[in-house]
Design a protein around this ligand. Sequence first.
Ligand SMILES: C[S@@+](CC[C@H](N)C(=O)[O-])C[C@H]1O[C@@H](n2cnc3c(N)ncnc32)[C@H](O)[C@@H]1O
Length: 437
Amino acid sequence: MTRKPHPQRPPRNDLVDALVLEVHGLVHDQGWLADRALERVLRRERALWANERRAVAEAVYGILRAQGQLDFLLGGSPPLATRYAAWLVRAAGVAPAQAAARLGASPRALAGLAEADARVAAIPDPLDRFAVEASLPRWIAERLVSELGEAEARSLAAVLNRRAPLTVRANALAGDRDALRAALAAEGVPAEPTRFSPWGLTLDGHQNAFALEAFRTGGFEIQDEGSQLIALACGARPGQVVVDACAGAGGKSLALAAEMHNKGSLHALDSDAGRLEDARRRARRAHVHNLRTRVVPAGPEAEAAVADLAGKADVVLVDAPCSGLGTLRRKPDARWRLQPGDPERFAAIQRELLGRFSRLARPGGRVVYATCAMGRTENDEVADYAERELGLAPAPLAPFLGAERARALGAGESRCALYPHRHGTDGFFFAAFAKRA
Ligand SMILES: C[S@@+](CC[C@H](N)C(=O)[O-])C[C@H]1O[C@@H](n2cnc3c(N)ncnc32)[C@H](O)[C@@H]1O
């Protein structure tokens, strides 16, 4: 059921504030993921109006995004109520005295916000300044600048600090994109075709997509456009043996099943049984019949658990665990959890998993390596390793993406990096290989 806002009633700030602080506390003090904490608290509060739910979510995500800058301005690690009050001043235009009174914060703590922009502009070191302006940990700011140069890093950071679009993939097993668009319009939901994915539609981000009839009947999945393009690049076809080696909750598996028209066998592997359970549930809704899930051990014992598939697959997708640096606009708390050594730590896992699962490809079979990370460490360097050490030759993307789309994406011959500020997608990387005979 879609909850309607109360047009005449402004949000009850006392309720909203208490919930924002509760969620922020769960994230900050108890290490909860922001999405989970928000979902848990909002689900409990059944009497909240839709505009209040939205106000809580916007404040929680807004504070987490701005945290680096707010803490600089407030001089350290302030009480959560003070951080929230500062966010109300900076992002929501609430007067400092009013914000302080509303949250019981010290008016003195907020006084420095009056010259905030000048204080940020006066930070002498350009990288320190960029990090505070973009509200990023310094090490992430540094990585972005060294990868992209300062001007592009700034454009990227600006997008990472904005809300991500709500993108869905039309499920070809239920109908094409035009039919989905018409069905959504009939539910009163306008949707625009995505720029690159042939299956994508962008919806109004305030929509509760899960409540739509078109979703419940399997007409679409919520999926970033970049993820859709990775599934497209796999080139899975009806009748093939396809392995999605790190299938998680099945986002890409479902797209692969649609490409296969439900024909052939699609093996979804993951070391996390709970995620595969989600994948099975989603497959039922999406009319997918050719998906077989298999929980695999996380360590080298996995080799034995998949021995029956070795050398058999026409297509292997390794959508490896990664730092998630490409998804910061959807997970604003992630930047504060990540550690500077994480990209290198993940790269070691990625090399291992790509080695393990690429062995499932038949000679000449296609292997696609993908991450939602940005930066050479987890992407090009792992792909270089695969070409050097794993018996994988670069394979072209254009035949499956389509030459025009590959050009528009700026894809290389066998590798493609997607960036929020260039493509409007989350940050992704994918590389295609052919298994040497
Ligand atoms: C990027 S996520 C996959 C997302 C998924 N492909 C999708 O499109 O929704 C990476 C997945 O790798 C899984 N994973 C981590 N270590 C693994 C291992 N050793 N073997 C198999 N899967 C693993 C994680 O549980 C996680 O679900």
